[in-house]
Design a protein around this ligand. Sequence first.
Ligand code: TYM
Length: 338
Amino acid sequence: MEQPTNRVFSGVQPTGNLHLGNYLGAIRNFVGLQETHECIYCVVDMHAITAWQDPKELAHNTREVAAAYIAAGVDADKQVIFNQSKVSAHAELTWILNCVARIGWLNRMTQFKEKAGKNRENASVGLYDYPVLMAADILAYRATHVPVGDDQKQHLELARDIAQKFNNDFAEFGGEDFFPQPEPLIMGAATRVMSLRDGSKKMSKSDPSDMSRITLTDTADDIAKKIRKARTDPEPLPSELDGLKDRPEADNLVGIYAALADVTKEAVLQEHGGSQFSSFKPALADLANERLSPITGEMARLMEDTTYIDSVLQKGSQRASAIAQPVVARVKEIVGFI
Ligand code: TYM
C-alpha cells in the first residue's frame, strides 16, 4: 500500500461558538496548505458528543463548521470536506487503537483533566477516550501533517506514540512502518489565542462569557465592542518583544494583530510601540473586521443553502471513505481479523 508523503488531515468540533482562536490557530492554515498538500478536513461530530450536545444544534453546528472551511477558502471541489460520523473507518480504527494505547498514556492528557474537572467520575467514557479517536482520525488516512493550535500538541504526541506502538507490536505481521509519524503543524503568530477577559485562559467555545471571544458569527459592531472592552493593563505598548513579558493581555492582542496582518509580533511593535490601547484597540478592531467580514458574510450566505453544504459533506464523505476503508481493511488483516 502506497504511503502518501504530503497528506494533511485536521478537524474542528461542531460545538458552536466557532471563534478567532479556531480561525487563526487552525482554519486559516488549512487554506494555505492546499497549494502544496492533499488536504482532508473533517467536522468531528463524534468528538463533539463526548459532552452533551442538543441534536438540533449539533446538526446546525456541523454545517456551520463546514461553511467556515469553505468561506475561509478551502476548495470543496479539490479537497475533502466531510463529517466524521459518515465514515465508519474512524470508529472501527478507534477500537483497534484502543487496544494499542495504554491507560497510563491517557491518564497524562491535560485536556481531559481540564474538561472533566472535579467531577471526573461523571465524565463520559468518550471524553476520556477522545485522544484515541483523534489518533484514529489521523491514522485512518495515514496523514503526514496535521495543522492544529498549540492546545492539541499533546494529543498529536499521543497519536505518534500509538502509531509507533502499533508498528512495533505488529512488525512481524506486516505492521512495520505501516503508520507514518504525523507531524504537527503549529503555525503563525497566534497558535494560542487567549480569552479577551483573562490573558491566562485560552479563548474557548465553552467560556460562559461571550465577551471572552470573537466568534465567526459576530457583527462588526460586536467585534469592535469586544475589543474595546478587552482587558488590558494601563501601560503603552512596548517597542520590543521583551516588553510583552508578564503582560499576557497585551501579548495576546499583539499576537492577534500580527496573525491577522500576517506579520511578526516584532513588526507590530515596531509600528505601534509607544501607543496607548485607546489607539491600538480601534486599529485592531478595524483590521479584524477587514479580515473577518468577508468570511463571516460568506458563512452566513452558505448557511442559507443547507442543500449545498450537505452535498459537499456527502461527496466529501465518499471520497474520505475511499481513502480510509482500504487502510482499515489492511489494519484488520495485520491484526489477524479474518
Ligand atoms: P477544537 O474543535 O477544540 O479546535 C479546533 C482547532 O482550533 C484550535 N484552537 C485554537 N488555536 C489557537 N488558539 C485557541 N484559543 C484555540 N482554540 C482552539 C485547536 O488547536 C484546533 O486545531 N481534538 C480537536 C479536533 C480534532 C482533530 C482531529 C484535530 C479531532 N480529530 C485530528 C486534528 C486532527 C479539537 O477538539 O479541536
